[in-house]
Design a protein around this ligand. Sequence first.
Ligand SMILES: Nc1nc2c(c(=O)[nH]1)N[C@H]1C(S)=C(S)[C@@H](COP(=O)(O)O)O[C@H]1N2
Ligand SMILES: [Mo]
Length: 424
Amino acid sequence: MSTVVSYDEADHDAHRARQWLSGQARDPGVSRAELIALGTAMSALAADDGREPVALAAEPVGVDPGIVKPLDPALLTPRDGNAEMRWEAMAGQGYVVPNDRFFVRNHTHTPRLDADTWRLRLYGDGLRDAPTRDAPVEFGYADLRALPAVELPALVECAGNGRHFFASQQDTPAAGVPWRLGGVGVARWRGVPLATVLRHAGLTADAVDVMPEGLDPPYVTGGVDLGRVRRPLPIGKALDDVLLAYEMNGAPLPADHGFPVRVVVPGWIGISSVKWVGAIEVSTAPLFSPWNTSLYRMFGPGRPTDGGPADTQSVKSAFELPWDARLTAGVETTLTGRSWSGAGPIDRVEVDTGDGWQPATLVGADRDGPWQRWSTRWCPPTAGRWTLRARAVDVTGRGQPDRAPCNDLGYLFDGVVRHPVTAV
Ligand SMILES: Nc1nc2c(c(=O)[nH]1)N[C@H]1C(S)=C(S)[C@@H](COP(=O)(O)O)O[C@H]1N2
Ligand SMILES: [Mo]
């Protein structure tokens, strides 16, 4: 279950960015001028990686009108139409995040879809006979279920996970959902490799990009209708380890997580893992959408004007403790947590409880998986305020700096988080 990225996305992205800027792109549904203007507006306005506001006032506590599952306050923190997992809800849990506490990130709201009438529509000149969007190659839910299935643990994480700390730890606030560290989860996903479906649909050797598109409502932000959520993937990644998933942790995909079928793109930022997938374009020309041109790029001072790529997730570490945990002074306790990276498995983890970095004990069974559980013992010496820190290094040598490189949209935070504890 290795998650080492076998595709060089930095090269791919630089190449695509040159093509886009030189006008070789297929119409992304919004003009290039509009996208560039929007990118600027997003940076300047402290606008939203969040969705349009939804009136919450009339709703009982623990219910969000855009989210189907109940939001138990012990498990999830509401974040304006999204829901963040509480890390203390992972203490004592197994490897995966149970579906009841898996974070939810919705650009609009969870659509209620019917598996019996749902269709996956594949089209584009990268398929044999170039089926059009109006006359696509179709698969039903039962068709997908009849194909050979695979099940794999994969991590889905919002690119903006940790964004809160750009403001609270670094004084470089960024617009968007103010996640702490709970915009992430690992689940066991079962479904059909995207490669299998592409081959059944007649994939040609000339295809370069595929673009999955969601069935949730079009996303309107800053006065611009960006259309349905969609983001292209290079064919190399699409044929490598991408899944069309219909089960999550042994259950049919829950509504909020993409029922009946979602894309799962291991290692890549969450927006790549399109939920409620309804169509997939397969193209011999590079594809673009707002989600890889004006959003999900690393804009900011000292960065290229088109932003750098934001595809592979950064390295992070989290304690399975409440934010501002209460512990008993003078009593030794076991601290647990998890570390992860989009570029490959975690190699080592260190914890600092106030007297220097010490290696944490890793759970051996997690080796080579999408995240790594760890633990360490600590006795708060006296009553008062304490700060816990954890940091990890992945197998490619990427680690966590004290300060994350800032960027306008607050993506890919990788700094060491200072976790507050009160000993009583
Ligand atoms: N169709 C669709 N797919 C989507 C989104 C969305 O709003 N619509 N949000 C994306 C983002 S930004 C993230 S981080 C992940 C979150 O997946 P989850 O809600 O299952 O945790 O889904 C991605 N896929
Ligand atoms: Mo996201």
